[in-house]
Write a protein that binds this ligand. Structure first.
Ligand SMILES: Nc1nc2c(ncn2[C@@H]2O[C@H](COP(=O)(O)OP(=O)(O)OP(=O)(O)O)[C@@H](O)[C@H]2O)c(=O)[nH]1
Ligand SMILES: [Mg+2]
Length: 411
C-alpha cells in the first residue's frame, strides 16, 4: 500500500527534464466579495522575496497595483518562485465572483470551459506529429474555492460548484475573511463543512479518497506487492458519476484510518501530507488591509497603535518582516516588525500568524508538500478522463459520419 506512488511517478518525470521547474496553476473561485483578489495580493506580497527576478508577469497591466475593486474579468499573474530549494512556476488565475441566480450557472460553466480548454491544448499538442518539446503545462492544478460562510454546512451554490468543478480540478475549500468570524463560528463552519462533504455527500473535493473494499481485502491479505496495491487506490469523483447523494462510501474517519495505515506501513510522506491537509481543511484565510488610495498593504506592527503607512511595491527588496524569505515552514511573526495584517481597535490580526488563520499552511501545502500530488492528480486523473472522453466522442463522430456517407445499397 504505497500512497506516494503518485509523487514517485512525477519525480521521475521532473528529474528527466532539463528544466527543473515545476508548473503550478491555481484558479480562485467563489462568491463576490469573498476575498479572492485580496488573497491573491496577499500571497504575492508574502512571496515577494522568493520571486526570481524578472519573472513576474500579469495578464492585465498594473492589475495588482491599483486599489482593490470587484473583479470584472478573468486575469492571471505568474511568477517563478524559489522556496525550500524547489522552483515553481506559479500562475494564479483570479475570476469574477458569482452572485446568486442564473449568472452563477453561467459563470461556473465559463470557468469549467476555461479549465477544459487547458486540457484541450495538451490534447492538441499530443496529437501533433511533431510535438513542441517546450510546450508549457497550462493545466489548472488546483481550484481554491471560497465557500459560502453564511450557511452551516454547504449552500446550494457550494454543492453545485463542487459537483461541476470537482470532476475536472482539485477543489481546495477555504474560508475567506476569517477575521470576521469568532473562534466558535470558525469551528462550526469547519466541522459542518467537513461532515457534509466527507461523511454525507462524499463530494469530490481534494482529499476525498475512496479505496475499493476489494483492494482492502488484498491489502489485508498482504499477498500483492505494494505497487500493485497502490494502483488500486482510487480517487473518485462522485459528482460526475451522479452518486454524490449516496450515503455509502468513505467517511472522513475511514480516510484518516486508511492514511494512517499507509504511514504505519511505509512511513509514506504523501499520506502524512494528506493527513495534515485533512486536519485543516477548509483553510481559514485573512488577507492584508490595503491603503485605500494606493492599494498597497498597510504597514502594521503587531503591538503598535500608531498610524501606519503602506509597504513598498511588490518586487522591492525592503526588510519588512512578516513577509520573511526564510525557508522555515511556518513562522510566528516577530512582535516588533511590520506584518501583513488588519488592524482593529482591540487587536491586530496577522495574515501569516498560524494562531490567527491557516494562510501559511495553505501556502506551504501549495508550494511544498502537495504541489506534486496536485500536478500528478491533475494529469493522471482529470486530464486522462478528459482525453478519453474526447477521443471516444471523436470516434463516435467518425462512425456516425461514415454511416451517413456510406451509400445505401438496396438489395
Ligand atoms: N475583514 C476582511 N476583509 C477582507 C478580507 N479579504 C478581503 N477583504 C475585503 O473584502 C472586500 C472584497 O474583497 P475582494 O478580494 O475584492 O473580494 P473578491 O472575492 O475578489 O470579490 P469579486 O472580485 O467581486 O469577486 C474588499 O473590501 C477587501 O478589502 C479579509 O481577509 N478580511
Ligand atoms: Mg476579485
Amino acid at each position: 500500500m504505497l500512497y506516494n506512488a503518485y509523487s514517485q511517478k512525477l519525480t521521475g518525470q521532473v528529474r528527466s527534464r532539463k528544466d527543473p521547474m515545476s508548473y503550478l496553476n491555481v484558479i480562485l473561485v467563489g462568491p463576490t466579495s469573498s476575498g479572492k483578489t485580496a488573497f491573491m495580493r496577499t500571497l504575492c506580497e508574502r512571496m515577494k522575496h522568493n520571486i526570481i527576478q524578472g519573472t513576474f508577469r500579469e495578464s492585465k497591466p498594473m492589475v495588482l497595483k491599483e486599489p482593490i475593486r470587484p473583479t470584472e474579468e478573468l486575469y492571471s499573474v505568474s511568477m517563478h518562485i524559489e522556496e525550500h530549494g524547489q522552483r515553481t512556476a506559479l500562475t494564479l488565475v483570479d475570476t469574477p465572483g458569482f452572485t446568486t441566480g442564473f449568472s452563477v450557472d453561467h459563470q461556473l460553466r465559463y470557468i469549467a470551459k476555461y479549465i477544459d480548454h487547458q486540457f484541450e491544448l495538451t490534447l492538441a499538442e499530443e496529437t501533433k506529429i511533431r510535438r513542441d518539446s517546450k510546450a508549457l503545462d497550462t493545466h489548472i492544478h488546483a481550484c481554491i474555492y471560497f465557500i459560502d460562510t453564511k450557511v452551516s454546512g454547504l449552500s446550494d451554490v457550494d454543492r453545485y460548484v463542487i459537483k461541476l468543478l470537482g470532476s475536472r480540478v482539485n477543489v481546495l475549500p477555504v474560508i475567506g475573511k476569517a477575521d470576521t468570524l469568532t473562534q466558535v463560528q470558525r469551528e462550526n463552519i469547519k466541522s459542518g463543512f467537513r461532515k457534509e462533504v466527507f461523511d454525507v455527500l462524499h463530494a469530490p473535493v481534494y482529499g476525498y479518497i475512496e479505496v475499493d473494499d476489494e483492494d482492502e481485502d488484498i491489502e489485508e491479505d498482504g499477498d500483492e506487492d505494494n505497487s500493485a496495491n497502490s494502483e488500486k487506490m482510487v480517487f473518485r469523483e462522485k459528482a460526475q458519476s451522479g452518486q454524490e447523494e449516496k450515503s455509502s462510501g468513505r467517511s472522513l474517519e475511514g480516510i484518516i484510518h486508511f492514511l494512517q495505515e499507509c504511514i504505519d506501513e511505509d512511513d509514506d510522506k504523501d499520506a502524512h501530507a494528506m493527513l495534515e491537509y485533512l486536519d485543516v481543511v477548509p483553510f481559514t484565510l485573512i488577507s492584508y488591509e490595503e491603503d485605500p488610495d494606493t492599494g498597497r498593504p498597510m504597514l502594521i506592527t503587531p503591538n503598535s497603535k500608531e498610524n501606519h503607512t503602506p509597504f513598498g511595491d511588490l518586487g522591492n527588496d525592503s526588510d519588512e518582516e512578516g513577509i520573511s524569505s526564510s525557508p522555515s515552514p511556518i513562522l510566528k511573526p516577530s512582535k516588533s516588525k511590520p506584518v501583513l495584517g488588519r488592524r482593529y481597535p482591540w487587536a491586530v490580526v496577522e495574515c501569516g500568524n498560524p494562531d490567527h488563520c491557516d494562510f501559511e499552511k495553505l501556502k506551504m501545502f501549495l508550494l511544498g508538500s502537495h504541489r506534486d500530488m496536485l500536478r500528478v492528480d491533475t494529469f493522471e486523473r482529470f486530464y486522462e478522463k478528459y482525453r478519453s472522453a474526447q477521443l471516444l466522442n471523436r470516434r463516435a463522430d467518425q462512425i456516425l459520419n461514415l454511416k451517413t456517407r456510406t451509400p445505401h445499397v438496396s438489395t
